[in-house]
Design a protein around this ligand. Sequence first.
Ligand code: ADP
Ligand code: MG
Length: 341
Amino acid sequence: MPIKLLDKATIARIAAGEVIERPSSVVKELLENSLDAGAKRVDVVIREGGIGYIEVSDDGCGIVFSEVLLAFERHATSKLSSFEDIYAISSLGFRGEALPSIAAVADLEMLTAARTEESGTYLSLSGGEMVKHTRMARSPGTTIKLTRLFSRVPARLKFLKTPQHEASKVSEVVLSYALAYPEVKFTLSIDGRNTLNTPGNGKLRDAVLEIYGNDVASKMLDLETDSYRSSAINISGLVSPPEISRSNRNSLHFFVNRRLIQSRALQKAAEQAYSGLLMVGRYPLGVINIWLDGALVDVNIHPTKAEVKFSDESAVFTAVQRAVRSVLVEKPPTPHIAEEA
Ligand code: ADP
Ligand code: MG
């Protein structure tokens, strides 16, 4: 076959495959955009595991009319102006790939209104092609609705699991972010059922209460900086005491500078901190926030940004392990018995 350039739609669908694997990847990207937009409230609605319908609505900064179309261009972002910026980046997004990728594999409607403009903007796209683009009223913020996810990419559709399984993956993403951003109110509705409603009051323990219930929330241990203060790495969050555990590894959530990450090494660091305290096959739950200078972590090594690379991995590993271990072995304060004179 002669060499020829692929058409635009094909290029877009191929590229989308890197970022958008399943419904939960769509929700993750949309949530990150809402958080980057400074939302104080994010509402997620899915049906049929997200394959039927996904909606993410926020009260963030919105997008001005003149930039709405640009937001759907590949590599268009408001978050980065030079490559070096990614080492000091405080936003979750920076690649400018989520919206065009999502639009390439679904039918999409957006209603957005910028705080700075009188009126909002409505846009609908089908398979990446514009259907309608007009002014429409909305209070400041952005709503994105998706249908027919992957209907033009049958191979992807086939690879998805049951709607229940996909819904549980979506749920996992939403509750992870609810734990990372306790100052934001998150709701999640699955097939018409409200499954999550965090208070958004800024208290991590209250977000844990909503997600794991009162018993867990009241017993979780605070990771405190003081006991293991190291020069460049700080750890905060909540971890379970040994009497609370799970039979799977999904319940320990790691965030680096508020970015949700997957890391076998860090999972292992935390598990080692529990060694001798948990039965075989039991795993801790909790939230471990790692804070370090952006220059010491590369966030640009993975298309979905799920993995990061630390310049000194073993220092981070040690910091996590020490932080967790120190609260586990900490003696409970001995009750102070007032001496009666
Ligand atoms: P990135 O997040 O990497 O910049 P995206 O494709 O996810 O790329 O989004 C493109 C741009 O669209 C963002 O940089 C932002 O300016 C704008 N945007 C996307 N979602 C929202 C939202 N919910 N609220 C406000 N602006 C948004
Ligand atoms: Mg984004």
